[in-house]
Design a protein around this ligand. Structure first.
Ligand code: BTN
Length: 231
């Protein structure tokens, strides 16, 4: 079972940073770092990730023994998070490519995978808003929590326990099963999509996890590592 050994910080800079340090020192597959609060939480594409102390599940998992389907790891995580939210809070989740988990069109969870593929490990960082009562400023329009979507929110430890079990299962699943579970929750299917190079409508994902976009010039495939969708 993943989740052990576990290091919990009341406050730290970034659980991803702590987990990366542990991985570089040889920590085994399944090592878990959690925190109540982060002072330098990292998001995708160099963004900052903020969460009110004590209200979010902030965790990073060391994953080892990755195969050639490493590229699907962020998608695996999004499927596992969706399942855990659905099971513990009774909500219905969608996934905005590549791996934002949404409830009712608002983001409840962000996922950041960092690592050293050449050394065979990655850190799976998950920030899931559990009991956050409200969000400040513009975030109020785009973010949500399990509390806001389905009050009362389940306890954070319950969500963690169910999420670890889901991750354990989905990390062992075949790429075909992962892609099928992801595609069932595709929030961009048929929806308008815009990026610096163009615009169109979401047309699913490829077996490698790239976003397919139907544009005036035909189908374009976008790679998650290279493309940033406009809001
Ligand atoms: C994103 O949507 O931009 C990804 C956000 C990932 C945030 C989590 S919180 C726990 C872990 N530690 C970090 O510094 N980042 C991830």
């Amino acid at each position: 079972m993943i989740g052990l050994p576990r290091v919990h910080h009341r406050a730290t800079d970034s659980t991803n940073e702590r987990a990366k340090q542990l991985a570089m020192a040889g920590a085994p597959h399944g090592t878990l770092v959690t925190a109540d609060e982060q002072s330098a939480g990292r998001g995708r594409q160099g963004r900052v990730w903020t969460a009110e102390a004590g209200h979010a599940l902030l965790m990073s998992l060391v994953v080892r023994g990755l195969g050639r389907e490493d590229a699907l790891l962020p998608l695996v995580a999004a499927v596992a998070v969706s399942e855990a939210c659905e099971q513990t809070a009774g909500v219905s989740c969608a996934i905005k490519w590549p791996n934002d988990v949404w409830i009712d069109g608002r983001k409840v969870c962000g996922i950041l995978v960092e690592g050293r593929p050449q050394e065979g490990w990655a850190v799976l960082g998950i920030g899931l808003n559990v009991s956050t009562p409200s969000f400040p400023g513009e975030l109020a329009e785009t973010a949500t929590s399990l509390e806001l979507a389905a009050s009362p929110a389940p306890p954070r430890d319950t969500v963690l326990e169910v999420l670890l079990a889901a991750l354990d299962r989905w990390l062992a699943a075949s790429p075909a099963d992962t892609l099928a579970a992801w595609r069932k929750r595709d929030a961009l299917l048929g929806a308008p999509v815009a990026w610096s190079g163009g615009r169109g409508r979401g047309a699913g994902i490829t077996d490698a996890g790239a976003l397919r976009v139907d544009t005036d010039a035909g189908i374009v495939e976008l790679d998650a590592g290279e493309v940033h969708l406009k809001r």
